[in-house]
Structures are given as structure tokens and as C-alpha cells.
Design a protein around this ligand. Structure first.
Ligand SMILES: [Zn+2]
Length: 65
């Protein structure tokens, strides 16, 4: 018999580096901002250079009355 362990509760807290991501307009590959800044130029692996900003699933509840 094992008691329910309260320590099993996982608190999902996203690290700060998940703040902004970009998605290629052509192939949809997601690139993090830190990855983009590392590159000499903002360019996708497919060669396309237009990215759209992607928001990670933000834990923010907006009440719509
Ligand atoms: Zn691409």
C-alpha cells in the first residue's frame, strides 16, 4: 500500500528562454530567438527569411464576459 505522494505534483513553469519563438513563413520551422541571434543572418534552414512571431502557449487567462 502506498500513500498518495504529494511530491508527484508537477508545477509547469516555463523557463525564461521560451519567451519568444519564430516560425518560418514557408516551411513553418520553429526557431527560438536565441537561435536566431546566434546566426549571422536571420534565415531559416530552408533558405527563407521571413519569419512570423510565435507565442508559446502562454499561461494567461483572460476572462471574456
Ligand atoms: Zn523555412
Amino acid at each position: 500500500m502506498s500513500e498518495p505522494n504529494q511530491d508527484n505534483i508537477t508545477i509547469e513553469e516555463k523557463p525564461a528562454n521560451f519567451s519568444v519563438a519564430y516560425a518560418c513563413m514557408r516551411c513553418g520551422t520553429h526557431v527560438s530567438q536565441s537561435e536566431l541571434t546566434r546566426l549571422p543572418e536571420i534565415k531559416c534552414i530552408c533558405g527563407f527569411r521571413v519569419f512570423t512571431k510565435v507565442r508559446p502557449p502562454v499561461v494567461k487567462t483572460v476572462k471574456a464576459f
